[in-house]
Design a protein around this ligand. Sequence first.
Ligand code: M6R
Length: 605
Amino acid sequence: MCGIFAYTGAKEAGNLLLEGLVSLEYRGYDSAGIYTPESGVVKTPGAVGALRKKMPKKYEGKSGIAHLRWATHGEPTEVNAHPHTGSGEIWVVHNGIIENFKELKGVLEKKGHTFASKSDTEVLAHLIEEHMKKEKNFEKATLKALNQVRGTYGVAVQYKGEPEKLIAGRMGSPIVLGIGKNENFIASDPSPILKHTKKVVFLNDGEMAVLTPKSHTIYKLTKELVKRAPEELDWSPEEAQKGGYEHFMLKEIMEGPEVIENTLRGRLIPEKGMAKLGGLESVTKELAKIERIIIVACGTAYYAGLVGEYMLEEFAGIPVEVELASEFRYRHPVLNQRTAVLAISQSGETADTLEAIREGKRKGALTLGIVNAVGSTIARETDAGVYNHAGPEMSVASTKALVSQLTALTLLTIFLGRQRGMSAKTGKEIAKELKALPKKLAAILSGKEAIEKLAKKYSGARDFLFIGRKYNFPIALEGAIKLKEISYIHAEGYGAGEMKHGPIAMIDENFPTFALAPKDSVYDKMLSNIEQLKARKGPVIALANEGDKEIGKLADDVVYVPKTLEMLSPILNVVPLQLFAYYFAREKGLDVDRPRNLAKSVTVE
Ligand code: M6R
């Protein structure tokens, strides 16, 4: 996601801030900007290199704020890049989304404010300026404004009139302070700070900090003073980018709860049992007429599509087919204007998926995308779509992107279902459970050590079978691909019902199976399949719901997960499989984030 870096001290801020932004580039970027009270603002689409080129040779200032943006709302243009301001007095860099910005903008416009961009961040700058009129105090005005905004933010704010002072605030989006000798820093993660000082203070949600070169004071938004001693961070710059985790893959798995929240943010209307998808507004009428959806995707995104097929058919009543994008255009698909071709892609650049969309277009279908990378080719070439808002995924193995794809597909199911006769009651039930997912996923993640032990126990296996039924059949496929791609062992995913039609022949005491057996409509059938495996002496790890006593009597090991709606269970159940693959590969000493022979984005056919 976006990167923030701010400085106050005695050094030349321009270069220092640019260097800091470079170490934040790993978070992804599409535009960049910098401000110092002495030399003003410079913004540009592109990365730090583009910003450096655009800056005048003499760019002065002993303090300033800088930002790298990864667009979620609004195009990656100069005007939408941060820092944002109202009249040029207050400057803001921001990560997150201010949910009530339209409401606040309306009030501010009535008071004479005019806005240059469509950005929610600009509203915060105007709001602080508005409060400055009465308060005549930078800190008080910022505190008032932060108390008024709803949503998520990590912010750094600077006032032209007090160049030495910086203000930071946090609500749901990380902010860390760097405490140096006669200099202080604000950043979205420690990576740009560590070169200057190892002393850091992490802000908690609902806190604001005021920094000068020689001091830092932390307050709660309720005005109480917070006393928190700085901690020494002994991280290398790479460790800092990984948030202290050993690998990006683990960091990204651990981001799951936040990712679900980000994908859902502002899109659910729980009281009406409806979903609001801004990216589909332009094609709402066409969507109501759609008689068939063809989902095209590759790899993990294809498995997300298979779950989508079950959801959309059961709850939206639309016939759905899921196609490997690499096969789609070679088999002369029959399409028309009442067909929607939906691409699912994290990168938005996968060559086969892109070509499948082009084929859909050529044949007159409506083209849609569920894409993570904003402004990517698939996002640009589809008629409409839904962005995942999962943030950049660095590890080749796709984890958090899948969690967000499944969440986005659920939103799409509610959206299309409610267009077609899904009852408000059903919509409300799904919405309620969706909102409960981040907590349930966090509970699974807090038990990751148990999965680590399990992965160690089975790490000598040369083969692995993953089985599941109905909604969890695609998750079995995903469990297998995850293990294959990062640990290089033979793993197969199967619909449990297919086991007797071939794969069971492979089972013996050296061939373990991971069986997905939540208490759902196919639970009894899964129990029978597990019994069949045990009858052939095959070791079985079962994934089951908390409180299931029966399964412990059958399986050798059990991973328990909280219960949710059957249609949502893949979102929770996939995560222990991701963790299992991660720890399995780590146990083998492999390069988890960069597995051999694979690329993050497959841009060739
Ligand atoms: O960027 P995309 O979502 O289009 O990528 C699709 C596949 O290449 C990708 O999911 C791949 O299978 C991953 N390495 C799986 O972890």
